[in-house]
Design a protein around this ligand. Structure first.
Ligand SMILES: Nc1nc2c(ncn2[C@@H]2O[C@H](COP(=O)(O)OP(=O)(O)OP(=O)(O)O)[C@@H](O)[C@H]2O)c(=O)[nH]1
Ligand SMILES: [Mg+2]
Length: 374
């Protein structure tokens, strides 16, 4: 397994997280690593309907190595770091890519008992917010006879986790399977309480109160046998019990989650396109408003310039006209050339009209002329 591949992180839709993963939640030594490896190996074989295929070869290899180790009678070491990988899950014609996650049990405690605040536990809380289905792994021997400081993880921590799932998802849609682990060894205490549901109702009543609709399963990832010194070691001769049932329960209800997520994805895409179109419209309107404002400012400036020019022209014309009506400034004495020929001094006398006889019949009065005596 390897840290979260970004490709499995779909975009958030309007603040609501996309739920795309089956998540196992469990405290330290609840049996997460054994459960996950055996579940994957069984589902990889696929002979009971549900099939799993790790998208990344690393998860496949780690699960198969872990199963080999169990076959050799060795328990896994406590998980050191949070690891996750995509897994293609198919069941009854339904195909889903899920993120499967394993992490140290201490991280669960820090996230849901101590309130988180560090990177690993915040990351786990984020996974919870993206869970399409959750399998709560609870070791019944811890709840039944564990010390108070240990029981708090399953009692208070699990309640915090389911309360968060219900609050963030807003309904009962996220399927929660409660898997009581190690029932090869602890089946007795579970049966004494009336079975898996009876056990949870008796020992973890708040989990039922806050978890709402849940299905309880008594599971055993392996059986045990005693080694040479009398210690229980894993025995993988028998098929795991109840693991696939819990996974199938999740898949059955995850289908609705995925459909809802798909619908929300489509709705988000539609809303995004609508917002984009509106944004573009606004941009175009603003641009054209700016263009009109620019045009009117230009027109106003041009108008002012024209008015100014015409004023200037008319003032100039007025000044020109008024300067024409004033007497011209005294011109310098014209120097008249002496070449002007002297005018001969002659007495100007009226031209003597030649006397002609008056037309016939016309009587001309006679006036005494200057030269003739009357
Ligand atoms: N009898 C029995 N014991 C189991 C089974 N699964 C796990 N165990 C025991 O529980 C121990 C812890 O199992 P893990 O799978 O390592 O638990 P975990 O939750 O991964 O623990 P951390 O990695 O520390 O958080 C193992 O070492 C076994 O002793 C089971 O199916 N049957
Ligand atoms: Mg582990």
């Amino acid at each position: 397994m390897h840290p979260d591949p970004a490709r499995f992180e779909p975009p958030e839709l309007g603040g609501a997280p996309v739920r795309d993963r089956i998540l196992m939640l469990g405290r330290r030594k609840a049996g997460k690593t054994v459960f996950l490896s055996r579940l994957y190996e069984q589902a990889w074989r696929g002979d009971q309907g549900l099939h799993m295929r790790a998208v990344d070869g690393a998860l496949h290899e780690i699960c198969m190595d872990m199963v080999d180790q169990l076959k050799e009678g060795l328990w896994p070491a406590a998980t050191a770091g949070s690891l996750s990988s995509g897994v293609d899950v198919s069941w009854q014609g339904q195909h889903t890519t899920m993120v499967m996650l394993d992490y140290p049990g201490e991280v669960f405690r820090r996230a849901f008992v101590e309130g988180g605040g560090d990177e690993q536990s915040d990351n786990l809380i984020d996974h919870v917010d993206h869970a399409a289905a959750v399998i709560l792994l609870i070791d019944p021997s811890n709840v039944h006879g564990g010390e108070a400081s240990e029981v708090v993880d399953d009692d208070y921590g699990m309640v915090q986790a389911v309360e968060r799932i219900r609050r963030v998802s807003g309904d009962d849609e996220v399927p929660i399977a409660v898997a009581l682990t190690k029932c090869d060894e602890h089946l007795g205490i579970v049966q004494d309480a009336g079975g898996a549901r009876g056990f949870v109702e008796k020992y973890l009543p708040n989990l039922v109160r806050y978890g709402g609709r849940m299905r309880m399963f008594a599971t055993a990832a392996v059986r045990t046998r005693l080694d040479a010194v009398g210690r229980p070691i894993p025995n993988t001769q028998y098929e795991p019990a109840g693991l696939l049932d819990a996974a199938k329960y999740c898949m059955k209800h995850v289908g609705r989650q995925m459909e809802a997520a798909e619908q929300r994805r489509a709705e988000a895409a539609r809303l995004f396109q609508q917002h984009e179109a509106e944004r573009l419209d606004r941009q175009i309107a603003q641009r054209s408003r700016q263009q009109w404002i620019g045009f009117w400012i230009g027109a106003a400036v041009l108008g002012l310039v024209l008015i100014g020019l015409s004023l200037l022209v008319s003032v100039g014309a007025f000044e020109g006209a008024s300067s024409q009506s004033e007497p011209p400034p005294p011109a310098a004495e014209p120097v008249i050339a002496d070449e002007t020929p002297p005018v001969a001094e002659e007495a100007i006398e009226p031209p003597v009209m030649p006397e002609s006889p008056p037309p016939h019949g016309v009587k001309i009065p006679r006036y005494p002329s200057a030269g003739t005596p009357p």
